[in-house]
Design a protein around this ligand. Structure first.
Ligand code: ZN
Length: 389
């Protein structure tokens, strides 16, 4: 080896050592929640359905193996918008769900979940994000197959996530607290931190267990973070998490709180949430929340004590950016990369070449705007079938 080459190699090694000394270990979920606020990501199934990668009806996540580039791009958009967590796109990906989903996928459950974990890690490493392995309800529960059958499905999913070294687990979109408890029993065995969110509104789970009791049971089952995701809009979700917090306080329990609501206005729905909107799932655009609605939600959630704040179906990257911008101060003053293309409260409009558009700047204009639907005879909201409860 020549002297020059030797010298060059030593230089490289020294620099690598210096960098490793300077590089602080990335903070885990609980540390981040303790010291500030964690911004979640948005919805995958509905976003990818619109883009042509997910089939409505089955709503399964085979795109993670079939079109990894599409899933990766969506993760990147959320990362760029400030998401601190990349949730694996493993929604509904249990063996029992895939076998009845009617999607005719050429990929096995393991292949889909494995690919989803790898994609999430790859994008997380492009920033400072954590990877959450996402597990959800499976048909075995609703089919009455019992605890062992349900837990066998959950274990299969968790195994792939542990092998891929996800940072923590999110058990989400559970309609029944009993099934959630069975899933949590398996999830805590991984030794990873576990977050748990029920897809419920203020009236509780599908059997009528109130949100407060659900929260207490999730915390007692070992979830370090508890809350609500999907199915309901911003206001209903805030109401639900308030009920959860009251019950947890009364029991002397203090897990971190988490909300990832839907990005659609759907007041007055029944226990099954936005499914009863006649527009579900193919014409929900008219109900989409604005980035200003999301700022209001993020502030209200933070004030309630919620420290993991994200979104679910209908939440696109610009909604997540709105959370990051609203909570800039709470996040140590940092703004996400996507804010380089966005000035808060519409101030970018001052560069418009159209005089009256230059006036649409400022919080007062955008916060007080009541958006119209553009349709001649819009119902403010309607249901079919009418919610029964
Ligand atoms: Zn959702």
């Amino acid at each position: 080896m020549t002297f020059e080459l030797n010298h060059l190699l030593r230089d490289i090694v020294e620099k690598a050592l210096l960098l490793s000394l300077l590089h602080l270990p990335p903070q885990g979920l609980l540390e981040r929640l303790s010291s500030g606020v964690v911004v979640g990501d948005g919805g995958f199934v509905m976003a990818l359905e619109k883009r042509g990668y997910v089939k409505a009806g089955p709503w399964t996540a085979e795109a993670s193996a079939e079109h990894p580039e599409a899933v990766k791009q969506l993760h990147r958009e959320f990362l760029r918008a400030g998401s601190d967590v990349m949730q694996t796109f493993t929604f509904y990906t249990s063996e029992d769900k895939l076998s009845v989903a009617g999607n005719g996928t050429a990929f096995t459950c393991r292949e889909i979940n494995d690919s989803a974990c790898r994609i999430a890690r790859e994008v997380a490493n492009e920033g400072d994000a954590l990877v959450a392995g996402s597990i959800t309800q499976c048909p075995s529960y609703a089919q009455g197959k019992g605890k062992e059958a349900v837990q066998a499905q959950i274990r299969e999913q968790l195994k792939v996530m542990v092998e891929n070294k996800v940072d923590f687990i999110i058990a989400e979109f559970f309609h029944y607290i009993e099934e959630m408890e069975w899933a949590l029993e398996e999830a805590v065995k991984t030794g990873l931190d576990v977050a748990a969110t029920m897809a419920i509104g203020a009236r509780g789970d599908r059997t009528g267990v109130p949100p407060g009791q659900c929260a207490v049971r999730m915390a007692k089952a070992g979830a370090k973070v508890v809350g609500v995701n999907c199915m309901f809009d911003l206001d209903t979700t805030l109401d639900t998490i308030t009920k959860m917090k009251e019950a947890l306080d009364a029991e002397g329990l203090s897990p971190f709180l988490m909300t990832q609501p839907n990005g659609f206005h759907c007041p007055g729905v029944g226990r099954e949430g936005y499914l009863s909107c006649p527009e579900f799932p193919f014409a929900m655009e008219c109900r989409t929340v604005t980035r200003f609605d999301v700022r209001k939600y993020a502030r209200a959630a933070y004030n309630l004590g919620v420290r993991y704040i994200g979104g679910c179906c209908g939440f696109e990257a610009y909604h997540i950016r709105a959370i990051s911008e609203e909570l800039q101060k709470e996040r140590g003053g940092k703004l996400p990369p996507a804010s380089l293309k966005h000035e808060s409260w519409g101030y970018g409009q001052r560069y418009s070449s159209t005089p009256y558009l230059r006036e649409r700047v400022g919080r007062e204009y955008w916060e007080n705007l009541v958006p119209s639907s553009g349709r001649l005879q819009p119902p403010s909201h309607g249901f079919h079938p009418a919610p029964k409860d």
